[in-house]
Design a protein around this ligand. Structure first.
Ligand code: NAP
Length: 455
């Protein structure tokens, strides 16, 4: 895949980039290793000053960065601006909390004193996706850098300008040269970098295929990995739920980020008793969504990030239709305009052998299922290779407790939309990956948890 900025709303090639040569990659690895030797000795309060400066730069240049995001991957400008604000939040969160999260933890044993100490691992490679081009990187970098690690970013090939801007933010904030570097490289270079002895661990957010490929190389080298992969989150609505709030949230939860979010609600599982009403209101809400120029404030849904994503999404939809699915709205690409536009779509009557049961739909396509009761709802929710998040809507306490206990996912949200929050751990189970980002768990992923025992 070429490294280039291609406007998804028009198909126009804006800027192309030459990938780094092997010599340049080698220089950056050396630089990272060298930076780690001194950066690991920098105190946490000093790192925090730089991290807070990064937050300020993000806020000061919010418009510029937001427009860059929209230009490169097509999300609406208003959501891109919100993404930048969230990045500033995560920088401040770890600047304020890292000292507590990484403080020695005394433990009473048979020693005179024993404790747990948290120490950085070294150079960490982050392979990141385009769908939240700033947020995905900052939620890795803020904890990793506060813990004293140094970062190498291999960003998705369609967001090179975002990748370079992020490197510049950390430099301008005061982090020493080499502490955070962007590598403009294709994915074929990743395996060698993971295998390089100077790289101590890796994290990847992206597709299952990319995750498997990186983790198998890391596995051979006995290196720690964190994988944040795809999801097909259920959104369950029971008869006792506030239907109006559920439908309004369902609409946002499916179409947020033009439908390209790992934790977007993808499978809507509704109790028979309220299914007709839910379906009718859901279709009305989808009809009202404005598709168009992502820079325009009135737009709800912009283009998909690349023509390939559009092609893949449409082939999944057509496959479902061929296997008997009914189209309630949408169902084919918009051919009246340039760019990668796909209309908000709702499919129902989905056959068990269709991709609805096994694949992630990365675009504004909702899959609607009806169930008799909570047993069927939980069974259907869990009948997925993925286990990232789940949202369940009920005002019945017993049902709420069953959803919390029995849904196989990294997160369960009751009467709310699944979202990431710096204060709460984020990650999945099953084929959605392993390890956690954010919160105290996130900063502990890339540290040596050292046992100290003294007599
Ligand atoms: P992708 O194709 O896997 O790309 C993600 C990153 O991996 C890119 O930097 C890509 O580089 C790189 N990559 C691709 N193939 C690779 C390989 N064989 N070895 C090493 N690196 C490789 O994913 P995507 O389709 O762009 O992103 C969407 C996916 O990410 C969805 O499945 C979504 O659910 C998931 N996601 C998960 C989370 C989470 O937190 N769980 C968050 C956001 C997105 P190139 O661009 O150069 O190919």
């Amino acid at each position: 895949m070429a490294i280039a900025t291609i406007n998804p709303a028009t198909g126009e090639i804006i800027k192309t980039f030459e990938p780094l040569t092997n010599t340049e990659i080698e220089e950056k690895l050396e630089q990272a290793q060298k930076a780690f030797r001194t950066y690991r000795r920098v105190s946490i309060p000093e790192r925090a000053v730089w991290m807070k400066a990064a937050a300020e730069i993000l806020e000061q240049k919010k418009e510029k960065f937001g427009k860059l995001i929209t230009l490169e991957m097509g999300k609406t400008l208003k959501s891109a601006l919100a993404e930048i604000e969230k990045c500033a939040l995560v920088c401040r969160y770890y600047a304020d909390n890292a000292a507590d999260f990484l403080a020695d933890t005394p433990v009473q044993t048979d020693a005179s004193h024993s404790l747990i100490r948290y120490q950085p691992l070294g150079v960490i490679l982050a392979v990141m996706p385009w769908n939240f081009p700033f947020w995905q990187v900052f939620r890795f970098a803020a904890p990793a850098l506060m813990a004293g690690n140094v970062g190498l970013l291999k960003h998705a090939s369609n967001v090179p300008q975002c990748a370079l801007a992020i490197e510049e933010i950390f430099l301008q904030a005061g982090f020493p040269k080499g502490v955070f570097q962007t590598l403009l490289i294709g994915s074929e270079k990743v395996a060698d970098i993971v295998a390089d002895a100077r790289v101590k661990a890796a994290t990847l957010t992206g597709s299952e295929h990319a995750g498997m490929s990186l983790a198998s190389v890391a596995g051979k080298q006995i290196k720690k990995t964190v994988l944040e992969l795809g999801g097909s989150d259920p959104f369950i609505v029971m008869p006792s739920a506030d239907l109006e709030a559920a439908v309004a949230t369902a609409t946002i939860a499916r179409t947020i980020n033009n439908g390209q979010s790992c934790i977007a609600a993808k499978r809507f599982i509704v109790a028979n008793a309220i299914a007709d009403e839910f379906e009718q209101r859901f279709v009305e809400k989808f009809k009202a969504l404005q598709i168009g120029d992502p820079m325009d404030d009135k737009t709800d849904i912009g283009p998909l990030a690349t023509p390939d994503i559009l092609k893949e999404l449409d082939s999944q939809v057509q496959n479902c239709i061929q296997k008997g699915a009914r189209v309630l709205i949408g169902g084919k690409p918009l051919s009246d305009r340039k760019g990668n536009f796909y209309p908000p779509t709702i499919l129902t009557d989905l056959s068990i052998d269709s991709p609805a049961f096994t694949e992630e739909f990365f675009g504004p396509v909702a899959l609607l299922f009806r169930v008799a009761d909570i047993d069927e709802a939980i069974a259907l929710a869990n009948n997925s290779p993925f286990g990232l998040g789940a949202s369940a809507w009920t005002n019945d306490e017993a049902e709420r407790d069953r959803f919390i206990d029995e849904i196989e996912a990294g997160a369960v949200f009751i009467n709310g939309m699944v979202k990431s929050d710096p204060r709460l751990p984020f990650g999945g189970i099953k084929r959605s990956g392993y390890g956690r980002e954010l919160s105290i768990q996130g900063i502990h992923e890339f540290v040596n948890i050292k046992t100290v025992w003294v007599k």
